[in-house]
Ligand binder design. Structure first.
Ligand code: ADP
Ligand code: MG
Length: 407
């Protein structure tokens, strides 16, 4: 789960990381009021969307008066911001964060990630902050500092000091830098994060150290024990299809194609997507309905897949090991009797009680296209799409260019 910059800053501040004064606003009036509360003569109005790269996309606006803050917020609210990370659909701005302007002397990078190969938390830092980490490692690989944390003892102060020295931080600023690095690590560990990124971490001309941007991602499987974190979820920033699936306990990832997939098992789901692609088709989604594919789950899966207007055919691919094909077949029949679908349906069943399953589907009288193998199923689904009349409504392309992105 991702959260917004202002939320990440609030969490990190609780662990001793210095952040500039700021306040959240849901309207231009509130934004101007926040600026007055913060004081000073320079403010930065920042679009709160779950994405980096907002600066380049016009989502970070420097202002020199309350009126400018009002106008900047007015421009951003309701605007669909398209960054390098959002994809063409962009993300809509419903909240802005107003922050005191900071005079920047140096921009650094600080990131904490889970290194799966090392099975450790890894701290990555660079003196070339402001850029994306991919750019840094491509353009300035020598600036990268890495430090692996031993989980049994946690991050040690000497490690944080070493990072600070390697970043070339002035001696009098080493202590606050160490506080920032250790605080970020504690936040990572104690909140079950999978990523903390402060980019840029800045040294100001007045000699302070601030997290000017912050990003945190959390382990979904640990949210049950972090209610304060779980509460920060903002569904407006998620793919609505994936949100619906998560709410129903299904593992779903929305894709760009038009063949909806209902599959049990993540591996089989991946293989199904591969076979569709090989047959010159495009999957509309990854969907793993899990091992116990009860009729209710199958019905939920159908509803979810059909809620995607781009779906022109559905492919059900079930390998029943623990499960039973006849139960799945009953699920399919029940689901379709309740909510008929208006696109071709290809079903491939294999495994336990397969004959019984096929008989149930055949006797149902439903217009199901049967397939014996996965290759055959993919092929038939692709053919069904190209033969079927296009009756379903297409998703309108995301509005991007015509909304006057502020620069
Ligand atoms: P993103 O990474 O999404 O582009 P950032 O929060 O990193 O957004 O902001 C982009 C840039 O804007 C920063 O690298 C920094 O140069 C500038 N900036 C952001 N916040 C402030 C601030 N409070 N004061 C001064 N400059 C800022
Ligand atoms: Mg940033």
């Amino acid at each position: 789960m991702d959260i917004h910059e202002y939320q990440a800053k609030e969490l990190l501040a609780g662990f001793g990381v210095e952040v500039p004064r700021g306040g959240l606003a849901y309207s231009p009036e509130q934004a101007a009021y926040r600026a007055r509360e913060i004081g000073g003569s320079t403010w930065v109005v920042k679009a709160q969307i779950h994405s980096g790269g907002r600066g380049k996309a016009g989502g970070v606006i420097v202002c020199h008066s309350e009126n400018e803050v009002y106008d900047a917020a007015d421009k951003l609210f309701g605007h669909r911001l398209v960054t390098e990370q959002t994809g063409a659909a962009g993300k809509v701005v419903y909240r802005v964060y107003v922050e005191g302007g900071v005079s920047i002397a140096r921009e650094l990078y600080l990131g904490l990630v889970l290194d799966r190969k090392e099975e450790r938390v890894m701290v990555v830092a660079s003196s070339a902050g402001g850029m994306e980490i991919e750019e840094i490692s491509a353009n300035e690989p020598d600036s990268l500092v890495r430090c692996v944390v031993e989980p049994a003892v946690g991050m040690q102060a000497f490690q944080a000091r070493q990072i600070a020295f390697q970043l070339g931080i002035d001696p009098q600023l080493v202590n606050p830098a160490v506080e920032t690095i250790l605080g970020s690590y504690r936040a990572f560990e104690q909140l079950d994060a999978t990523m903390v990124e402060i980019n840029p971490l800045v040294v100001t001309t007045e000699g302070g150290i601030f997290a000017l941007d912050a990003k945190m991602t959390f382990d979904d499987n640990a949210l049950f024990r972090r209610p304060d974190v779980a509460e920060l979820r903002d569904k407006s920033q998620e793919d609505p299809r994936e949100t619906r699936a998560a709410d129903r306990g299904l593992s779903y990832v929305g894709l760009e194609g038009n063949i909806g997939c209902i599959v049990n098992g993540a591996g089989l789901a991946m293989a199904t997507m591969d076979m569709i692609t090989q047959a010159d088709g495009q999957p509309a989604n990854f969907l793993d309905i899990g091992g116990g594919a009860t009729p209710e789950r199958v019905a939920k899966a159908f509803r979810l897949v059909m809620s995607d207007e781009n779906v022109d055919a559905v492919l059900v691919n079930i390998f029943a090991g623990i499960n039973r094909c006849d139960w799945v077949a009953e699920g399919v029949v029940q689901a379709l009797e309740r909510d008929p679908i208006d696109v071709p349906l290809v079903v491939r069943l294999a495994g336990t009680h397969v004959e019984e399953g096929r008989r149930i589907l055949a006797e149902s009288g439903l217009p199901i296209i049967h397939a014996k193998t996965l290759a055959e199923a993919a092929d038939r689904a692709v053919k069904a799409v190209s033969n079927a009349p296009k009756v379903r409504k297409r998703n309108a392309p995301a509005k991007v260019a015509d909304e006057g992105v502020p620069s």
